[in-house]
Design a protein around this ligand. Structure first.
Ligand SMILES: [Fe+2]
Length: 230
């Protein structure tokens, strides 16, 4: 196995430990993951696209975990390709890996529901950024920009979206980068209620989302990075 795959598996192992501990109601420290994400950020700055070839999850991992890993790797590659410095790239990666951690507090019958959610279920689902921010705020070693991204990743570029309380915050680069990576991965992944979009359709959806849902410059960077397909 090459060095990058090894680094990645190591980071995913640390993330798996974090998900397991949080599942038990514990609040683990983030440093073991943060150290590994810094190493991945270093590799991403040398060759961003190489991170898009990695496939470190297992078939029996839950959807939220697989999605979190994909968004973390996309966010690392995207931040590096945009030319950010190492620590900023690492913060984007951490934000991607942890953005949906609040879903651990949402009932499984809502998370796994194959059909349309009821009004109350949607409201509960929409609390996951706040649940997540509360969790990561308690984890030793999580940078403030990562807490902000966990809280703000569903606030749109035009300042609509949720939670309402985060719309007026000054949301930083990790938040904007994760929003793009999340949008792309969510639209191109098979879900119980949604067939995955083909790359061309997803690119079209990303283009339409520029300047309203997502930051234009970051979408442009993403399209350039993934030109050969993700
Ligand atoms: Fe989310």
């Amino acid at each position: 196995m090459d060095r990058l795959s090894e680094l990645c598996l190591d980071a995913v192992g640390a993330l798996r430990d974090i998900f397991a501990e949080i599942g038990k109601g514990l609040i683990p420290a983030a440093e073991p993951l943060m150290d590994r994400v810094r190493a991945l950020a270093h590799a991403a700055r040398k060759d961003p696209a190489s991170l898009l070839q990695l496939d470190p999850t297992r078939e029996d991992d839950r959807y939220t975990f697989q999605h979190s890993v994909s968004v973390g790797l996309l966010a690392l590659a995207l931040a590096a390709s945009l030319g950010h410095e190492g620590e900023q790239v690492a913060e984007c990666g951490m934000a991607g890996f942890l953005h949906d951690i609040g879903k651990s507090r949402v009932d499984l019958h809502i998370l796994d529901k194959p059909g349309k959610l009821s009004g109350d279920e949607v409201l509960e689902m929409q609390k996951h950024p706040e649940y997540g921010a509360e969790i990561v705020r308690g984890m030793a070693g999580v940078p403030a920009s990562v807490v902000e991204a966990v809280l703000g990743h569903h606030v749109r570029f035009d300042r609509t979206g949720y939670p309402e309380s985060a719309r007026t915050l000054c949301l930083g680069i990790p938040c904007a980068v994760v929003a793009v990576a999340d949008f792309y991965n969510a639209t191109t992944t098979l879900r119980a209620y949604q067939r995955p979009m083909l790359r061309d359709e997803a690119v079209e959806a990303l283009r339409r989302a520029r300047g309203t849902v997502l930051d234009d410059t970051i979408v442009e960077g993403f399209l350039e990075l993934t030109d050969g397909g993700v």
